[in-house]
Design a protein around this ligand. Structure first.
Ligand SMILES: [Cu+2]
Length: 587
């Protein structure tokens, strides 16, 4: 991890023309497509629109009551949209709470069976075939059942809290109630909610079912943040709007089109060409091949805190802000919801970087400074090398940052009165001796080389155990750990594509990356495990320190690849954390 201090400078900023011009015909086609679907519940802005932020639902007097409904519908091209609407009609609201607050969230399932193409792929996961479903027991797991995962929160993996194994909400059933208290020790930062039904998560998240959640108090991490405007940016992926279009003629290379084993455009190693998925930013699509940028308005020179969630199903981000071609410094404050300086071996905050890699599921919160008057800047994602088996994540523009004295006042500002970050009750994770080391590995297998791409199996295996796809019918954990302990896990990648390891309920510390010690002085809940290069003599790996000390981690939950096609395909395992005082031996 690079670590260097730089200061923001106004010099060298070049006025930039918008990077892409969309042909009138294409623009009309896109606007037309939008009008055709304007009456549905999951309305989306047209490409090139100004970015508006999701509505905020803020807790009051220690409580937040939210009524969400999940909807879906099919588009004429065979893709589908999914969305959450709240009791006021807002799409994907941001839930804002303080540590200690009580969240009561009801979820009503209004999904209909629309997506036979995708559900056919996952039909083999139709498990728990009970006739009448009770939401907290095993119910029918199919394309129209849903549930919620609160990604990053350390709340118990129990029904009505953060359980995804047995909580299945059938369409048309009574609203299902989630209720839990945000832990007093939950770090301030950006978290998120999304569905997590095994076999069907990819379809629902790719369709747009996701939203941000903020635990307030990020300004306590760095008093420079006091009173700053804040902006929530949710980047999602979606099926290509123009799948048959050739790449833009402006691209410096025209790579050969390759298809990966999931049926998406495969990484071609050039940084250009057709992406596997389109991206959107707060639902404003930025479609291939011209990537007409969404628009962000800022006042000249203004500093803001950007809170960016990669809610993509399969797309990696590598964010940069460019003035001309010069990458601007981004002051990283928090990663995966946790301020970088929370631990006693604190990293400096902000941590100045010129690009930020964000795997699917991960979050980055960073300070940016608007260009001076008359200049523009671009928010881009640079290409990510996902390996020969991975998706194509090319260079592309996301948003044009326009500066104007008339830019609207930001909707939200951080508190002008920061407090010290709360002292951590437990010793820094890096200083705690692990009770054991476990070895796990990612691998893939093509069931039949002559069959369609959907026949790839994805595995996440504990060394020594049988290599098999996650079985939602099995209650037998792959790993048993004990609350109160910490463990080191070495996770290898034996496949030729990048994977993103994620575990529910807890954060971990990255100790080694590709065999080299990094000992990051901060925490993550998602980490990349690099792909296997053909002539490598050893498998690439990461070593992470898993924190089972919080009593809220007791219970049974999952760890998995956060590329949701992989997770749905079986790249997931089951862990049971026993209470500290239980007699059971961990295994
Ligand atoms: Cu993966």
């Amino acid at each position: 991890m690079q670590h260097f201090a730089v200061t923001l400078s106004d010099s060298g900023v070049i006025k930039l023309q918008p990077a892409c011009q969309l042909s009138l015909a294409l623009l009309l086609a896109l606007v037309g497509a939008e009008l055709c679907t304007a009456s549905n519940a999951c309305e989306r802005p047209a490409p090139g629109s100004p970015i508006s932020e999701p509505a905020d639902l803020r807790s009051e007097n220690g409580r937040l009551n939210v009524e969400l409904t999940i909807h879906n519908f099919a588009l004429p091209d065979g893709s589908s949209r999914y969305c959450y609407l709240d009791q006021y009609g807002n799409q994907a609201p941001t839930l804002r709470l303080h540590p200690g607050d009580l969240l009561t969230l009801t979820l009503k399932n209004e999904l209909s069976a629309i997506d036979h193409r995708r559900s056919a792929m996952a039909a083999t996961h139709s498990a728990h075939a009970h006739s009448q479903m009770l939401s907290c027991s095993a119910g029918p797991m199919n394309a129209t059942s849903t549930n919620l995962h609160f990604h990053g929160l350390t709340v118990p993996p129990l029904c009505h809290q953060d359980d995804v194994l047995n909580t299945l909400i059938a369409p048309g059933s009574a609203p299902f109630e989630y209720q839990f208290r945000i832990p007093e020790n939950q770090p301030p930062g950006l978290y998120w909610y999304h569905p997590h039904v095994h076999g069907f998560t990819n379809t629902q998240v790719l369709g747009g079912a996701s939203g941000a959640m903020i635990i307030e108090g990020i300004e306590d991490a760095d008093h420079e943040l006091a009173g700053l405007p804040e902006r929530v940016l949710v980047i999602r992926d979606q099926d290509l709007l123009n799948p048959n279009a050739p790449p833009s003629k402006d691209e410096p290379v025209l790579p050969k089109m390759l298809i990966d084993r999931d049926g998406d455009a495969a990484n071609n190693g050039t940084g250009f060409g057709k992406p596997a998925k389109d991206l959107s930013i707060n639902f404003v699509p930025v479609p291939y091949p011209d990537y007409l940028p969404a628009r962000i308005e800022m006042k000249p020179g203004e500093r803001q805190l950007w809170r960016v969630l990669n809610a993509s199903a399969v797309t990696y981000l590598n964010l940069a802000v460019l003035c001309g071609r010069a990458p601007q410094p981004l002051g990283l404050v928090a990663l995966d919801g946790v301020p970088l300086n929370l631990g006693s071996k604190a990293a400096d905050v902000p941590h100045w970087l010129t690009h930020l890699g964000v795997p699917p599921g991960s979050r980055v919160e960073f300070m940016v400074k608007a260009p001076p008057p008359g200049a523009t800047a671009l928010l881009v994602t640079r290409t990510v090398d996902t390996g020969p088996g991975g998706e194509n994540d090319p260079n592309r523009t996301l948003a044009l940052i326009d500066v104007s004295d008339r830019a609207p006042e930001p909707r939200a500002r951080l508190s002008p009165n920061p407090k010290p970050l709360p002292a951590q009750a437990l010793p820094w994770l890096g200083d705690v001796k692990p009770v054991r080391v476990r070895h796990l590995y990612f691998s893939e297998k093509l069931q039949d080389p002559n069959s369609p791409p959907s026949a790839v199996e994805f595995y996440l295996t504990v060394e020594g155990q049988k290599v098999e796809a996650f079985d939602p019918d099995s209650a037998e954990p792959n790993i048993v750990a004990r609350q109160g302990t910490v463990e080191d896990w070495i996770i290898e990648n034996r496949s030729q594509e990048l994977h993103a390891f994620h575990i529910h309920q807890l954060h971990f510390m990255l100790l080694d990356y590709l065999g080299m010690p990094v000992n990051e002085p901060f925490l993550r809940d998602t980490v990349n495990v690099p792909y296997l290069k053909q002539r490598a003599l050893t498998y690439p790996s990461v070593r992470i320190r898993m924190d089972f000390r919080d009593p809220n981690s007791v219970g049974t939950f999952v760890y998995h690849c956060h590329l949701l096609e992989h997770e749905d395909g079986g790249m997931m395992g089951l862990i049971r954390v026993e209470p500290a005082d239980s007699a059971t031996q961990s295994q």
